[in-house]
Design a protein around this ligand. Structure first.
Ligand code: FAD
Length: 270
């Protein structure tokens, strides 16, 4: 449980972080909250030569409303997102999901950007960002580019970000006054979801129902066509390929997806 040796580099501005990544990109890893990267390094599943610490970049820590869009700095931590007044009013699903991640220690260090770039299908924020129709903003040597959340999760722990790119911001249409719902089924209090469901604006995101976070498209189509919550939720597992494990078989997860989708949709309707 001791990481391989590495060189620690601390960036004090975004530009400095980008220049360090441009120099060491392929051999470097960005360190944000460290709650996914450090366990991987301790298990030697990751052994970067350079670690570029961006935790001090307060310029990437903000939430604001801009022309009908909620804009979130990538280094914003779950604990501040959970009580952010702009988020609570204009993107309540994200605030609520942030409050349910892990335990206090995780929420005080973990960042929304770290969760999205880590791209774990069992994590909560990726499915919430998918259901929120968000766009992810990345900066790198070629400048800035915007990647829709629907195109960001390419496979387990895989995104289109280049090694020299930083995720800087997440932008989503304000969901002011929109019903939302979040259901998460865990084995123990602070576990990752066995299955989770995020709902906002008629879109449904699924946690841990495949190798990437998914939208429950059959449910969404049924809702748009006027189906009842019960009938739409019955379609939640269509097109999914959930993990099959001794403590939660694929069939059990499909059952959970249907039940939790029904509850999350009912919550949103209320
Ligand atoms: C005990 C425990 C319980 C947890 N429970 C949950 C849970 O219930 N639900 C849940 O969703 N998650 C859970 N997590 C994971 C947690 O949410 C992590 O904080 C998150 O996955 C990673 O965020 P981080 O800021 O710690 O990123 P880091 O660990 O620092 O980085 C993760 C990855 O993203 C890259 N990266 C980070 N930021 C950027 C950026 N801005 N630009 C480019 N690359 C970047 C890093 O290089 C690394 O590859 C848990 C973790 C622990 C340790």
């Amino acid at each position: 449980m001791i990481p391989a040796s590495f060189q620690y580099l601390r960036a004090s501005t975004v530009d400095e972080a980008l220049s360090l990544l441009a120099s060491h990109g392929d051999d470097a890893k960005v360190l944000a909250g460290g709650h996914s990267l450090l366990p991987l390094m301790k298990l030697r599943l990751a052994a970067p030569e350079y670690v570029v610490d961006i935790a001090a970049l307060d310029e990437l820590r903000y939430v604001r409303l801009e022309d009908g869009e909620v804009v979130i700095g990538a280094l914003s931590r779950y604990s501040s997102l959970a009580r952010d007044p702009v988020l609570l009013e204009h993107a309540p699903l994200l605030a609520h999901v942030s409050a349910e991640v892990g335990d206090r220690q995780v929420r005080h260090r973990g960042t929304i950007g770290g969760s999205l770039v880590h791209a774990d299908a069992a994590a909560d924020l990726p499915a919430a960002v998918l259901a929120s129709d968000a766009v992810l903003v990345a900066r790198g040597p070629e400048g800035e580019r915007r990647i829709p959340a629907a195109e960001f999760f390419l496979g387990p722990f895989t995104t289109p970000l280049e090694p020299a790119e930083l995720l800087t911001e997440i932008r989503l249409p304000a969901q002011t006054g929109t019903g939302w719902g979040f259901e998460k089924f865990t084995r123990r209090a602070i576990d990752w979801a066995m299955v989770g469901v995020t709902v906002t604006g008629g879109r449904v995101g699924l946690v841990n129902m495949g190798g990437v976070p998914l939208r429950a498209t059959a449910t969404e189509k049924a809702l748009a066509a006027g189906a009842s919550i019960e009938d739409a939720a019955a379609l939640a597992a269509e097109g999914t390929n959930p993990p099959d494990e001794p403590h939660a078989t694929a069939e059990y997860r499909r059952h959970l997806a249907r039940v939790l989708t029904r509850r999350a949709l009912a919550q949103a309707a209320r």
